[in-house]
Design a protein around this ligand. Structure first.
Ligand code: NAD
Ligand code: WQD
Length: 346
């Protein structure tokens, strides 16, 4: 299939492009590089040994987006492009509504104009807010707790309305839990700008000596060791789910909404210890107060994805830490590290 990948230079999008291209799809990336680097595309080209089509533009620029649709006959779209920092979304909600919801509307309008009927959407476990019970099933109540989460929920709702209005239009909403890790080559990975807000990239930078110690947010949760429990998922397992979702949509079997996680909860301290073992480096930490808005324990019931897509996560927390560390140690400055250096060090 010829696939438009919005946000394809970003963390998850770049990994998905690897799987899509390896499975024989033709990929065109659209990205404004707001939270990524053209170097990610160069790395993809190195890894896959072929040129990658990329268009630098903001999705909300409908004139230019229409030209991309006019130049290509897309069979499907995978929509990763969004802003994703929860704290920033609380400080600048309108920017998040405009970028994430406005971007989705512009994309849907151009898809409609071009007659493209298949869409895979990057949703998030954030739509469940603070779930009453774990594991979380897709039919759990949806109640977002921040503007970022609201953009995901609203976009899912918009997509449901568009599907209802056009029986040929099919959407796969993929609700990711906590994606971590990197491609095993060490050429692509997560490259947060500034201080990482998420656990794994922060741990990587502590192990790499860029930050002194991890602050563990809360040691008094009602969990195994008192620290927060999440469902970490290897980004390559997640990437594969996108190709599986495309196959599903191509089979005209209707839209779906599925959780993507391992179904296994891992605590902050368990992740820290797994990382120390995988990297051979110490990860100094201190336990501090809880982070506002955090929940004790969230993990997925991923059985629907297995049933509908034939997908299940295969890589464990050891593999996630090993690959995250390989990426970090080969690219201490993220995509600012020269690719040649990263290649030689392999
Ligand atoms: P990312 O920031 O690395 O990638 C997003 C990409 O979209 C970036 O390259 C950015 O430059 C681009 N982009 C943003 N707005 C754009 C716009 N208006 N026009 C064109 N390009 C634009 O984030 P990621 O971690 O790869 O996340 C991908 C998707 O998955 C996002 O929709 C995110 O909300 C969702 N998601 C991520 C996580 C996670 O923990 N990383 C969890 C659940 C859901
Ligand atoms: C994981 C655990 C923290 C940092 C967020 C978004 C969610 C989704 C994924 C996009 C928690 C603890 C963290 C640190 C710590 N993104 N922690 N010290 O909060 O589960 O989910 O990212 O959709 O929407 O909310 O992930 O990686 O921030 O935290 O102790 O420096 O690590 O308290 O228990 P979270 P996270």
């Amino acid at each position: 299939m010829r696939v438009l990948v919005t946000g394809g230079a970003g963390y998850i999008g770049a990994h998905a492009c690897v799987v899509l291209i390896e499975r024989g799809h033709d990929v065109v990336i659209v990205d404004n590089f707001r939270n990524s680097s053209p170097e990610a595309v160069t790395r993809l080209e190195l890894l896959l040994e072929r040129p990658i089509a990329v268009e630098r533009l903001d999705l909300r620029d409908r004139t230019r987006l229409a030209r991309v649709f006019a130049r290509n006959r897309f069979d499907a779209v995978i929509h990763f492009a969004a802003l994703k920092a929860v704290g920033e979304s609380c400080a600048r909600p309108l920017e998040y509504f405009d970028n994430n919801i406005g971007g989705a509307i512009a994309l849907l309008q151009e898809m409609a104009a071009a007659g493209v009927k298949r869409l895979v959407f990057s949703s998030s476990a954030t739509v469940y807010g603070m779930p009453d019970t774990v594991p979380v099933r897709e039919d759990a109540e949806l109640r977002v707790t921040n503007p970022y989460g609201r953009t995901k929920l609203v976009t899912e709702q918009l997509l449901a309305d568009v599907e209802a209005g056009d029986p040929a239009f099919q959407v796969a909403n993929l609700r990711y839990f906590n994606p971590v890790g990197a491609h095993a080559s060490g050429l692509i990975g997560e490259a947060p700008g500034g201080v990482p807000g998420n656990l794994m990239p922060y741990v990587c930078q502590v192990a790499g000596g860029r930050r002194e110690r991890l602050q563990v947010f809360g040691g008094d949760y009602p969990t195994r060791d008192g620290t927060g429990v999440r469902d970490y998922l290897h980004v390559m397992d997640l990437a594969r789910a996108h190709a599986d979702a495309l196959d599903h949509l191509a089979g005209d079997r209707g839209g779906l909404t599925v959780n993507l996680g391992t179904g296994r909860g891992v605590s902050v301290l368990e992740l820290v210890h797994a990382f120390e073992a995988a990297s051979g480096r110490p990860v100094p930490y201190e336990i501090v107060g809880r982070r506002p808005g955090d929940v004790a324990e969230v993990f997925a019931d991923p059985s629907l994805a297995r049933e509908r897509l034939g997908w299940r996560a295969e890589l464990d927390i050891e593999a996630m830490c090993r690959d995250a560390w390989r990426w970090q140690s080969l690219n201490p400055d993220g995509y600012r590290t020269r690719a040649v250096a990263a290649m030689r060090a392999r």
